[in-house]
Design a binder for this molecule. Sequence first.
Ligand SMILES: *[C@@H]1O[C@H](CO)[C@@H](O)[C@H](O)[C@H]1NC(C)=O
Ligand SMILES: *[C@@H]1O[C@H](CO)[C@@H](O)[C@H](O)[C@H]1NC(C)=O
Ligand SMILES: *[C@@H]1O[C@H](CO)[C@@H](O)[C@H](O)[C@H]1NC(C)=O
Ligand SMILES: *[C@@H]1O[C@H](CO)[C@@H](O)[C@H](O)[C@H]1NC(C)=O
Ligand SMILES: *[C@@H]1O[C@H](CO)[C@@H](O)[C@H](O)[C@H]1NC(C)=O
Ligand SMILES: *[C@@H]1O[C@H](CO)[C@@H](O)[C@H](O)[C@H]1NC(C)=O
Length: 498
Amino acid sequence: MFLLSAEQMMIKAMAMAIHQVQQLVGVGVGVLLLLLLNAGGGGVECRKGRVLESFDYSAINCRAHSASIEEFGGVGDGVTLNTRAFQAAVDHLSRYASDGGGQLFVPPGKWLTGSFNLTSHFTLYLHRDAVLLASQDINSWPVVDPLPSYGHGRDAAGGRYISLIFGTNLTDVIVTGENGTVDGQGDVWWQQFHRKKLKYTRPYLIEIMHSDNIQISNLTFLNSPSWNVHPVYSSNIIIQGLTILAPVTSPNTDGINPDSCTNTRIEDNYIVSGDDCVAVKSGWDEYGISYGMPTKQLIIRRLTCISPYSAAIALGSEMSGGIQDVRAQDITALNTESGVRIKTGVGRGGYVKDIYVKGMNLHTMKWVFWITGNYGSHADNHYDPNALPEIKGINYRDIMAENVSMAARLEGISGDPFTGICISNATIGMARKAKKYPWSCSEVEGISSGVVPTPCGLLASQGEETQPTMCDLPSDTPPTPIDSIQLQKCSYRTMNYL
Ligand SMILES: *[C@@H]1O[C@H](CO)[C@@H](O)[C@H](O)[C@H]1NC(C)=O
Ligand SMILES: *[C@@H]1O[C@H](CO)[C@@H](O)[C@H](O)[C@H]1NC(C)=O
Ligand SMILES: *[C@@H]1O[C@H](CO)[C@@H](O)[C@H](O)[C@H]1NC(C)=O
Ligand SMILES: *[C@@H]1O[C@H](CO)[C@@H](O)[C@H](O)[C@H]1NC(C)=O
Ligand SMILES: *[C@@H]1O[C@H](CO)[C@@H](O)[C@H](O)[C@H]1NC(C)=O
Ligand SMILES: *[C@@H]1O[C@H](CO)[C@@H](O)[C@H](O)[C@H]1NC(C)=O
């Protein structure tokens, strides 16, 4: 394993001290005198250093200590495998967890790597021209247990390949950059999936489990083997400014999957994918019911989605731990199958309730509103046929859609109607080749107001079209806890020593 020499560490410590002095006295970029303790002779010599570049970013916390992946033997040539360098760097910086935390800088280059683990009070910062290239060698991917709330992997019954960037039982962890890239090189995985050759479930690009205070921001994620960003069993999460791209035919390339998480804010993301752009989850059938951890207090705003075969936002299908208090605002979807879709079925149990969607601008859709009560797709045959999901309080308002094949397809479960569905102020422009009947509703109860074309009888219209009764919105006072988090201005500086 590559380690820093004592001298290098000393230089770093000195550089840090100088940075701090610089910040205190407001000295700009320039030549500085660096005191260097000579590790060999024990003497003191003078050394000049220059701040080459300074990178500023917003974060939930700044760090007192910094390192670059190059100091740990990392080589950004697209060929050298850097897994050990990343793990050594994180392990080294983890020593500063209780001393101001550490940030790891990834400079321009193509950094081929297998999976590595994050640590607490830690920032991974990618330069805008840095690309983390996921290794296509299956041996770079250790296998871990299935998630307890799922009981099984999703592609195969047993374990799962660990995610490229993985963290568990952490607090205060940040992955960010100036739009640096994480490239999953997923095509080999998609082929294995289609040929049914996978022994284990495909890896995700980033998964953070059992953790608190998480920020994932301003990065591009390309071609994930499967899901892209998966926070699970976690709380206080900000996911902002991501560009997530995968071929629209690639299998299960969901964009962002908040799963059994509390207090999450997902905003300003642009996603083109082969599956749901945002998929809200909370476990699968009897495993999710017994784990019993809901996703709640979730805000999704300013999402742009292109996903011709899936939804802009899906709630489910794995929702057995419950989904409650989701607020989606300012959603734009183009050439996407549906808007905010609920997927569930007999055996799932759990609930989806208190969902508030305000402001959707949609273009070229199959269904604007889609609720599915017979999704199927069970973890195994041991699901409880009496475990019926409770779907209620689903509010949609201020919807503008064009070129739509069918306004809605709303299907509850016989003996388990989905209730409290409200749609107001929605103008749906039908496609030239639209279906004959724009609404199809069964086993649902609710109301509508100011909706064109006229909804099905199960959502009887209330009030006049000119003065529509509006569907509920949660009150905004006090602000949700995740919205009261303030970001700080942080920086990373590269030095060169003369
Ligand atoms: C992301 O980048 C935008 C634009 O540069 C910036 O305004 C925002 O603060 C950044 N957010 C985070 C969380 O890094
Ligand atoms: C990363 O974390 C996982 C799960 O805790 C563990 O199985 C794996 O050994 C860790 N990897 C390293 C390199 O420490
Ligand atoms: C991580 O946290 C979970 C939930 O609190 C706990 O069950 C598990 O034992 C923890 N794992 C480790 C390695 O500490
Ligand atoms: C980030 O990079 C992606 C991919 O190159 C690009 O499509 C996107 O516009 C960039 N985002 C920003 C904010 O520069
Ligand atoms: C109806 O929705 C549109 C956006 O689709 C919005 O501009 C308008 O203000 C809404 N009307 C009311 C009465 O809120
Ligand atoms: C409308 O939708 C159809 C698919 O249903 C698509 O082929 C067509 O290009 C769309 N038209 C426009 C103007 O976007």
